[in-house]
Design a protein around this ligand. Structure first.
Ligand code: NAI
Length: 288
């Protein structure tokens, strides 16, 4: 294993919801960032997301205009993973597909320096299996950011079968340098958060489908009864019902029947009602 370098330059692969958020918080913390996507309009869309998010933070006095502009200046965009040769840490946030992620990791392994750490933002896939696409599995780790990245206070650090103690420590320290708190999970399906969250969401959906209560009363009951900020149906809409279904199916495949997705969740996704992003999930939303 190579000696891990101290992190100054960060590469982010994928400029979607999560990748743009990760690039933004890394740049805000002072890192030089290169954000890669497959096409230049997707990179541009990532920059638009970052712009909007920084504007909101400035509007709330969480950042000054100068800090926001300086953060934006620290981010370069690219359509070539080959441009991540200088990255001390590369964070992958592409679609949740093992084949696509393994290909990205094989490419990163080729282009990044020997001391670089390669991290994945996967929600449910095996870090160990992704790491095996590289010749440096000891330097592959899970850095599972939460959505929306600039707002959520925590990052789940995931320990793959061959992840070294040093890589894990560096991952915690990096997340902490972004002003996030961390917790650690072994490389088991869904890690901590989705393993516990997905059955909770599915049970809320089943309660609706089986007529236990109205959707409002299910969400109000969980909010008022357990002090969570959102009930299961509202949270499912926020995450995206397709994302919930995909995560539930992965957990079901790996862990068996207690993770079976709710029938109504499948039906909603089949109907194209994916939650907030389509304007219709369990609730109706104004489209932006
Ligand atoms: P997204 O669909 O918004 O963005 C993915 C981006 O990756 C797209 O812009 C796509 O063009 C790009 N991409 C695909 N293949 C690529 C490649 N080979 N090279 C460069 N870019 C490529 O997806 P999202 O929501 O940002 O999710 C990304 C990852 O983060 C997934 O693994 C997901 O499970 C995970 N995640 C998502 C959360 C969420 O709430 N959306 C929360 C936590 C983790």
């Amino acid at each position: 294993m190579s000696e891990i370098v101290s992190i100054q330059t960060v590469g982010v692969v994928g400029a979607g919801t999560m990748g743009a958020g990760i690039a933004q918080v890394a740049a805000t913390a002072g890192y030089d960032v290169t954000m890669v996507d497959v096409e230049s309009d997707l990179v541009d869309a990532g920059f638009d997301r970052i712009d909007d998010s920084l504007d909101r933070l400035v509007g709330r006095d969480d950042l000054t205009r100068e800090e926001a502009d300086a953060a934006l200046d620290r981010i370069d965009g690219s359509t070539e993973t080959a441009n991540l040769g200088d990255a001390d840490l590369a964070i992958e946030a592409v679609v949740e597909s093992m084949d696509v992620k393994r290909k990205v990791f094989a490419d990163l392994d080729d282009v990044c320096g020997d001391g670089a750490i390669l991290a994945t933002n996967t929600s449910t896939l095996s870090i160990t299996s992704i790491a095996e696409a590289t010749d440096r599995p000891a330097q592959v780790v899970g850095l599972h950011f939460m959505n929306p990245v600039p707002i959520m206070p925590g990052v789940e650090v995931v320990d793959g079968e061959k992840t070294s103690a040093e890589a894990l420590r560096t991952a915690h320290e990096f997340a902490e340098s972004l002003d996030k708190e961390t917790w650690e999970s072994d490389d088991k399906p869904g890690f901590v958060v989705n393993r516990v969250l997905m059955p909770w969401i599915n049970e809320g959906i089943r309660a609706l489908d089986e007529g236990v209560a109205t959707k409002d009363d299910i969400d109000r009951g969980l909010k008022l009864g357990t002090n969570v900020p959102m009930g299961p149906l509202e949270l499912a809409d926020h995450v995206g019902l397709d994302v919930c279904l995909h995560a539930s199916e992965t957990l079901h495949d790996e862990l068996g029947d207690r993770y079976k997705p709710a029938y109504l969740l499948k039906r909603k996704v089949e109907a194209g009602d994916l939650g907030k992003k389509t304007g219709q999930g369990f609730y109706e939303y104004d489209q932006e």
